[in-house]
Design a protein around this ligand. Structure first.
Ligand SMILES: [Zn+2]
Length: 127
């Protein structure tokens, strides 16, 4: 497991209605959030069956669908993404602690409850 340790007790309820099978491949935390820098297409999560989770990566969906004609092969390993995002989050949370009011204003502007929820979850993980 290369994932940062998650506080399972905090985020998971006992009566999980939709995850009966434990072998179900879990989607990435970043699914739908990563975009190709060159063409702007969403980058899709990939993990070859049976492959180590550390090898999971995001690949430009444009490249996948249309092969080499529209975009070049872009990929980022999920664990690298984690490192980048966590690093970023640490900076942001540090900033938030230093500038609480400014940060609240910034978040208020974004008005995406989903993003805030996600942020809190991630914040818990890195504390
Ligand atoms: Zn692309």
């Amino acid at each position: 497991m290369r994932y940062p340790p998650a506080r399972k007790s905090a985020s998971r309820s006992n009566h999980s209605s939709n995850s009966g099978r434990s072998s179900v491949r879990k989607p990435s935390l970043f699914s739908g959030l990563v975009y190709c820098m060159d063409c702007g297409a969403v980058m899709t999560y990939h993990r070859t069956h049976g492959e180590n989770e550390a090898k999971a990566r995001f690949i430009c969906s444009n490249y996948r669908k249309n092969s080499k004609t529209t975009c070049s092969v872009h990929g980022i390993r999920e664990e690298d993404l984690y490192a980048i995002v966590l690093d970023d989050l640490r900076r942001v949370t540090h900033f938030a602690r230093q500038n609480e009011r400014k940060f609240a204003e910034y978040i208020g502007k974004k008005r995406t409850r989903e993003a805030q929820k996600e942020m809190r979850g991630l914040e818990k993980q890195i504390k």
